[in-house]
Ligand binder design. Structure first.
Ligand SMILES: *Cc1c(COP(=O)(O)O)cnc(C)c1O
Length: 232
């Protein structure tokens, strides 16, 4: 199936309208929110189209799929990992991705720190927190995040920029809103208690971007709302 460029442009316009109205309702500027194009499951051509339309942050949830696209891409973009990362792929992920949003264990974080140091780079990361307490999702428990962050403060090759969450299944706006507000409160508390800055709150996807914006999202991760259903 060839990619339909016209419906992509319509989807993008519709999405920008949704983001604009949600921002207006809570007095935020759309410029304070990055719209990540989630290209998992789609061919490289789709990523190229997104970048051509000005969406330069791309999200992949599988290391191998992402790395293959990054290797072939002949356009500049910020590729970020948003899916669970197995330790044995940490080295590859550090080399290829600009940021890892899905850091969900201290062991993984320490490994990423070692790999980043070996590559002489500072790796931006987010901590994934399972604020919706969904047993089917990865992420730290809300209550353990402060202790986790405390343990990571000495990992000098990591830059913890903030927190990420995925609303619990099944998709439901009220539970999404609650999980986003929990993430926002957790961030505020961590900043105060540890005297650090955690500017990034990655939350909100196609279905639940309005409550995410209201709760303070700085990164919306959108796939189907831009590109339609993912090919199987
Ligand atoms: C797939 C995915 C998205 C995008 O979801 P859509 O419903 O297609 O917008 C966002 N975040 C993560 C972590 C994902 O895996």
């Amino acid at each position: 199936m060839a990619f339909d460029h016209r419906s992509f442009r319509q989807n993008l316009a519709r999405l920008r309208d949704r983001i604009g109205s949600a921002c207006e309702k809570c007095g935020r500027s759309p410029d304070s929110i990055d719209l990540m194009a989630v290209t998992k499951g789609f061919p490289l051509e789709v990523a190229a189209t997104a970048v051509g339309a000005g969406l330069t942050t791309l999200g992949e949830n599988r290391v191998q799929e992402g790395v293959a696209k990054i290797g072939e891409a002949n356009f500049p973009a910020n590729w970020e990992l948003i899916g669970h990362l197995q330790s044995n792929k940490a080295q590859l992920a550090v080399k290829c991705f600009q940021r890892i949003q899905s850091v969900d264990s201290v062991k993984l974080a320490k490994r990423l720190n070692r790999m980043a140091a070996a590559n002489r780079k500072k790796l931006p990361i987010l901590l994934q927190v399972n604020t919706g307490e969904d047993p089917g999702k990865f992420g730290f428990r809300t209550e353990e995040t402060e202790a986790v962050l405390h343990r990571l403060l000495g990992q000098n090759s990591l830059v913890v920029q903030g927190l990420m969450t995925i609303a619990p299944a099944p998709p439901e706006l009220d539970s999404a809103r609650q999980s986003f507000e929990t993430l926002r409160r957790l961030r505020d508390r961590l900043e105060e208690r540890l005297a650090i800055q955690l500017p990034e709150l990655s939350m909100g996807m196609t279905f639940d971007l309005e409550p995410a914006i209201a709760a303070g999202s700085t990164c919306l991760r959108v796939g189907t709302g831009l590109f339609g259903p993912r090919p199987k």
